[in-house]
Design a protein around this ligand. Structure first.
Ligand SMILES: *Cc1c(COP(=O)(O)O)cnc(C)c1O
Length: 433
């Protein structure tokens, strides 16, 4: 039986009969599990028993439902949930470029991701080639070198809402035997499924729209299962793995044992289990609770965000609105192709003014909350140049339109007219009216 998204978001990955018929997913707060007998213990330790649990750092039944549910919603063969979006990005990159190599990425990505790519991962032998425009395929192709291990992009960028042409990027990556990794945090699986357009690995900060209530930090890595990992380029999936030893088994590599799930099995065994950025069962429970209403929340927020964007476009104190969903940019064909339900709930605008007008605006909003998060039921406002993109060097910020008069909004579930009224009074105060 193949159900649709809205049914799967409530039921996928959970069988009540295996959990004392509890109608909702229980929180398994225990650390370890009774192995019962040695044969079963061996099977679980090799990761081969589908519902076998051993120790909550490697896997846990509550977290497992969240992983299975997301894998189903995005069309992947497996997922690993971790303690934050940054942990998801870090593990995905380390897992693909283990031992060193190069990754291609655009510079207009989440501030902490850019900081990690520029200043931290190079110290571990993973270097980044930045493509100013990730949809300039000729330029991206020129950056591909023998040790390039992946192309990385955000489906909808933060905070300008640039759209990555995922299908074309996947085609280009595959031509060179490298996978495409997409951070799909802004659209969430409700608005966009990168795997369906050829992406190989998806990462999320489920801190944002997936959980939706601003009450849990968490992340996910999802494996599409279609990428052919070349042995010479990705030897980590072909090395003998001691935990997979079994009598009579000659090839104990992740590729041999887990086939199309080699990437995600390797990530769980080597990165989650050994580096330990595990998601707590209670956090997984909050994620699952949020996920149940994702379509209802996001569809309302998308509609409200467009109303607010139109209001801002007409406001005399607003210089420009960056919202690809307005279909007023050269990317409108990409929006139509990939985002029939909308691009998301987050966008930005520039005031006709400077930092001091932005400061007055931020200090005058009443319904909007001033904080550096997105994808909450509450509407949020922030000044990227001073907060979320503070770690981005100034010349880079300028190129990306992240000027001191830029304001980012994340639209929640409040009444659209109340939000517009709040922005109107705050903008008026920002200009001394
Ligand atoms: C928030 C965010 C992250 C980081 O996620 P955390 O859960 O805060 O670690 C990564 N990418 C994008 C696009 C984000 O918005």
């Amino acid at each position: 039986m193949s159900n649709s998204f809205d049914t799967n978001k409530i039921h996928s990955g959970y069988q009540p009969e295996k959990h004392n018929y509890s109608a909702t997913v229980p929180i398994y707060q225990n650390v370890a599990f009774d192995l019962h007998d040695t044969e079963r213990a061996d099977e679980i330790a090799r990761g081969e028993l589908a519902d076998g649990f051993i120790y909550s750092r490697a896997n846990n039944p509550t977290v497992d439902v969240f992983e299975k549910r997301i894998a189903e919603l995005d069309g992947g063969v497996g997922a690993v949930a971790v303690s934050s979006g940054m942990a998801a990005i870090t593990y995905a990159i380390l897992n693909v470029a283990e031992g060193g190599g190069r990754i291609i990425a655009p510079p207009d990505i989440y501030g902490a991701t850019l900081d990690e790519f520029r200043t931290l991962l190079p110290k571990f032998g993973i270097n980044f080639d930045f493509a100013e425009d990730i949809n300039d395929f000729e330029a991206v192709e020129k950056l591909i070198q023998p040790d390039t291990k992946a192309i990385y992009a955000e489906s909808v960028s933060n905070p300008i809402t640039n759209i990555a042409d995922v299908a074309k990027l996947a085609e280009l990556a595959h031509k060179h035997d490298i996978p495409l990794i997409i951070d799909n945090t802004f659209p969430t699986p409700y608005l966009f499924n990168p795997l369906k357009y050829g992406a190989d690995i998806v990462v999320y900060s489920s801190t944002k729209g997936i959980s939706g209530h601003g009450n849990v930090v968490s992340g996910l890595i999802i494996d599409g299962g279609n990428f052919k990992w070349r042995k010479d380029k990705f030897p980590q999936f072909y090395e003998p793995e001691i935990t997979l030893n079994k009598k009579g088994r000659e090839d104990t590599s992740f590729a041999a044992v887990f086939a199309e799930k080699a990437f995600i099995a390797h990530l769980r065994t080597k990165y989650l289990r050994l580096m330990g950025g595990v998601l707590s069962p209670f956090s997984a429970y909050l994620d699952l609770l949020g996920l149940e209403t994702i379509s209802e929340r996001i569809s309302k927020e998308v509609a409200t965000s467009l109303k607010i964007a139109h209001f801002l476009e007409e406001n005399i104190h607003v210089e420009h609105v960056f919202h690809s969903g307005l279909l007023n940019t050269p990317q409108k064909d990409l929006v139509k192709k990939y985002y029939p339900k909308g691009i998301g709930t987050i966008f930005s605008f520039k005031l006709k003014g400077d930092k001091k007008n932005v400061v007055r605006l931020l200090n005058s909003v009443q319904t909007f909350t001033y904080l550096p998060n997105v994808g909450d039921n509450r509407s949020l406002i922030v000044n990227p140049s001073g907060i979320t993109h503070r770690e981005v060097p100034e010349d880079e910020r300028r190129k990306q339109n992240i000027s001191d008069n830029l304001v980012r909004l994340s639209i929640g579930l409040e009444d659209a007219n109340d939000l517009i009224a709040d922005l109107e009074q705050a903008i008026n105060k920002a200009f001394g009216e």
